[in-house]
Ligand binder design. Sequence first.
Ligand code: DOR
Length: 463
Amino acid sequence: MRSDVVVGLGPAGPNRPSTLASDMASTPLTAASDQPAALVIRGGRVIDPASGRDEVADVAIDRGVVRAIGRRLPVSKGVRVIEAKDRLVVPGLIDPHVHLREPGQEHKETIATGGAAAVAGGFTTVCCMPNTSPALDSPELVDFVHARAKATSPCRVFAVAAATRGRKGEELTEIALLARAGAAGISDDGDCIASAGMMSRVLAATAASGLAFMQHCQEPTMTRGAAMHAGERSLRLGLGGWPRAAEEIIIERDVRLNRGIGCRYHVQHISSGESVEIVRRARAAGQPVSAEASPHHLLLTDEACEGYETNAKVNPPLRERKDVEAVRQGVADGTITVLATDHAPHSVDEKSLPFEDAPFGLIGLETALALYAEALVATGLIDWPRLIAMMTLEPARLCNLDRLGLGRLTEGGVADVTVIDPDAPWTIGPECLRSKSRNTPFMGRAVRGRAVATIVNGRVVTG
Ligand code: DOR
């Protein structure tokens, strides 16, 4: 078991990351055998959205803490140096929406392999969804995930716990206890809370816990038998169509239900242009509503399903160019504040089934950074500091991880750091993947931008 890696336990947990400058103030910057080795990341563009820092500097790390950020920091003998000229040095990336499949579906992924995929992609923290088998609907199961992560994952893992027992939408879980166990959010992801009555109760209980509720927005009676976006293509391919309204009416309903409750309400994997507009209006009205965009919804349309390509079968489905443009616009104008992969591994056998029978989902941890950069930075919609904010500070706030000192890069803070080469050209191929699964529609795509070192709690886990 790795003793250096702090995993996702709640604020009261024994593995709470140290954030105290005074803990480290008098520690010399030299290696200690029982601790992560001391490290200096030299000469990179240090971006910390929380403080607004954006400057060329060195970052000195020792025993899991950022000791100093500044120009030409002294380096003692035995200290490892990572040269970071022309690279970005940013807070460790955080993905608030992944599927790690453990317990129950370890042939697709485990917490260990999902964690390996995460650090390969520059993520130091991921939040895993509760649609495991059994579902993460009790404090014991939240504890299980956190303990497995501590034992096997190179990155921090926080569980998002289920809102209803078995994610069946019928019986409320003990949300206060799930929060106390260290859950990073509440969601029945994979399924929508379909009943308005149940949803009201979920919002009220989640609001009281201080966590955010993350909704998988899918009106189930409208998507029965649906395999892809409802449009000209689904008709031509003879596949069941999934209308945009199935997503939109749930967001409309929830925003209305939440008016008198005030729960932090988060729309997962937004796919429809009109959904973006609903979120925009709710935010303008002062409602505590946020939304996330996934790489595939920022880049691909239902055209990717041509040839019955099951790696492009995803829930919610890939839509049309105007939706992609609207989701991008939502990022550009600040309506969408969080980026999340929805990393959803499935085996080759499962994805080899006929399109209608294959499971929904695609992997994203290793490829997300380059794909976000392509969709959002190369297009001039946002700059690197904003992209980094959407992958660090914003998800940290969503999941209350900012309270643990995650999502920022400051002196005396947690030494979770990602070093990015923003110009590195590479081609997405199976050799780049650490996930157990291979289900990505981006295989063979030429991309630019890559994490070259991932540092978790002061230890270099890739690079
Ligand atoms: O495509 C998806 N796959 N969307 C989800 O919401 C769930 C996920 C999964 O668990 O496979």
